[in-house]
Every structure is written in structure tokens, then in C-alpha cells.
Design a protein around this ligand. Structure first.
Ligand code: ADP
Length: 295
């Protein structure tokens, strides 16, 4: 079982020819709403990749909260740990121009109240084999969840995004840290990913640095180093590539697969989702991942 602790939002996306400058009003071409947030995306990726998956987080009492809950439940994620708190759900206000460039305002909303864990959440974490977390919710909650996991021997996988320097008290409870190149550089001051792996292994047992179309680098404290190339795909939409990778990786680790295999499944899932439009809607099923790896 995979438990994901973290953020969920409604993404409110406006498509415009050219983004407005301050004080300017422009006509948009289209608008859509898409449930997102790194936590929700990782949970959907893990559930689609075949793991029994639960989500622990918060939505608001607005209509978006119900839509986020329904989307999670609709992909098979158990939402018993998703609290509804008075006020707005988290939202991301996104403007995408014709060049594909975007500007984004994120309002935390209900995610701000995911700052602790209650007894029920602790029970969900304790009975998991793997806990996936990110940094879009308050650090206190992430620390509390990591502590609960560590106390029960649950493997803690942290995506340190958005990047911020992290206290040793948190890192010491993380088993596997999964930054992208930029996040690894923020954490270590090292631009070279190979050196960043070595630096991060001072704090955690295992590290995976994702390098976009250059694949991933893995290292652990027993001296193992792996490089898994990305699968060649025509990139249509790279939104949530990292979340898809981590969700599928977590599902594979919870299924007691080897690290080598888990890294390949994560890379395959990310490649499949990048080849199609959409964020969570483009994430592949377990059968699709298996078939992709066999061919
Ligand atoms: P993030 O989206 O968090 O910045 P990355 O861009 O590093 O993360 O992507 C995560 C993983 O997705 C990569 O390690 C790789 O396996 C896969 N991936 C990303 N971009 C591509 C691409 N253009 N082609 C194939 N695989 C990709």
C-alpha cells in the first residue's frame, strides 16, 4: 500500500495568445479546470500504476473540493484521509500563451491546514509500505508524517519540490529523496548531478535525481550507483512528468520490486504520460507500463 501525504489543487487554466502585462486585459481562447497539485498527481500515478493507494490531505468546502475528491476516488485512490476544511480548496491560476510559456499563481487554500497529522492519518501511514511526500504543504505536517512513518518502519520517499533548504531533522527520516536537477542544486549547491548524489547521501539512504530527457541517476549508501536513460518519446506535454515518475516508482517499491525495476517502471510511466496531452489524465495504467517495457 502507498500512502501519499500532501497537496491537492484545482488548476484553473486560461489559454491566451499573449499573456497580459500588469494593468492589461486580454481575451483568452479557452479555459479549463483540472485537478492537480503534486500530492494528488503522485497519488493518481501510483493508483493507475497498480498500487493500493491512499491520499492524506485537505480540500475546502467549495465546489472544487468535491471535484478533487471525486477525481481521486474515480482513479481508485482511497480518500478516507482527505479532510474537508472550511474555506477554499487550493487553487493554481495558470495562464498559458501560444508559445506554451506559462505564468502561475498558487493559492494554498485548504493545503495550508495540512500542517499536522491526526490519529487517523497516523494509522493510514503506519499500515503502508511506502509514504510519498512533497513540499507544497507546510513543513510541520511533512515532518510529522515522516516521523510517524519512521516510527513504524514505513519507507519515506520525498520529492523536495518546490525546492527549499531542508532541516536535518526531516532529512534524517527520509529513506529515498527524489529531486530533479534544479532541486538537487538548491539542496546541495552542486550543479553537477553526480556530485549532488554524493552530497545528498550524507543525509539520506538513497537518492534519485531526475534529469528530464537525460533520465535518472540513482545512488545509495552501500555504494550502488545506477543511471537509467529516459525512453525516447516525442514530448507532447511534460506537465507532471516528475509526479508520474515518483508515483509509479512508489507503486513498484510498495510491490517489493527491485530498485532497478522500479526506476524503469517510473521512467516508462513518465515517458508514456509525456507522449500524451494532460497531467493526471495522461498517466498510464499498470498494463500500459508493462507492455511498454516489453516492447
Ligand atoms: P520534473 O518534471 O519534476 O522536473 P523531470 O523533468 O526530471 O522531472 O522528469 C522526470 C522523469 O520523466 C525523467 O527522469 C525521465 O525519466 C522522464 N522524462 C522527462 N522528460 C522526458 C522526455 N522529454 N523524454 C522522455 N522521458 C522524459
Amino acid at each position: 500500500t502507498v500512502t501519499v501525504f500532501g497537496s491537492c489543487n484545482m488548476d484553473l487554466v486560461a489559454y491566451v495568445p499573449v499573456a497580459p502585462r500588469s494593468g492589461e486585459t486580454v481575451h483568452g481562447r479557452a479555459f479549463r479546470t483540472v485537478p492537480g497539485g503534486k500530492g494528488a498527481n503522485q497519488a493518481i500515478a501510483a493508483a493507475k500504476a497498480g498500487a493500493t493507494t491512499r491520499f492524506v490531505g485537505s480540500v475546502g468546502t467549495d465546489g472544487f473540493g468535491e471535484q478533487i475528491r471525486d477525481t481521486l476516488a474515480g482513479t481508485g485512490v482511497d480518500t478516507a484521509g482527505l479532510r474537508t476544511v472550511e474555506g477554499n480548496s487550493g487553487t493554481a491560476h495558470i495562464v498559458v500563451d501560444d508559445e506554451g510559456a506559462n505564468s502561475i499563481v498558487v493559492v494554498a487554500g485548504a493545503n495550508a491546514s495540512t500542517d499536522r497529522i491526526d490519529g487517523e492519518a497516523e494509522g493510514l501511514i503506519a499500515s503502508s509500505s511506502c509514504l510519498l511526500m512533497q513540499l507544497e504543504t507546510p513543513l510541520e505536517g511533512v515532518e510529522a508524517a515522516a516521523e510517524a512513518a519512521a516510527a513504524h518502519g514505513v519507507r519515506v520517499v520525498l520529492t523536495p519540490a518546490p525546492a527549499e533548504p531542508l532541516p536535518e531533522s526531516l532529512l534524517s527520516k527520509v529513506d529515498l529523496l527524489v529531486p530533479n536537477e534544479h532541486e538537487a542544486a538548491v539542496l546541495t549547491g552542486q550543479e553537477d548531478p553526480e556530485l549532488a548524489v554524493e552530497a545528498l547521501l550524507h543525509s539520506v539512504e538513497e537518492v534519485v535525481i531526475t534529469l528530464g530527457e537525460r533520465g535518472v541517476l540513482y545512488g545509495n549508501r552501500t555504494g550502488k550507483r545506477l543511471r537509467v536513460p529516459a525512453f525516447p518519446v516525442r514530448a507532447v506535454d511534460t506537465t507532471a512528468a516528475g509526479d508520474t515518475f515518483v508515483g509509479a516508482l512508489g507503486a513498484a517499491l510498495a510491490g517489493e520490486e527491485s530498485v532497478e525495476r522500479a526506476l524503469r517502471e517510473g521512467s516508462a510511466a513518465a515517458a508514456l504520460s509525456i507522449g500524451r496531452e494532460g497531467a493526471s489524465s495522461s498517466m498510464p495504467s499498470a498494463a500500459e507500463i508493462r507492455e511498454f517495457l516489453e516492447n
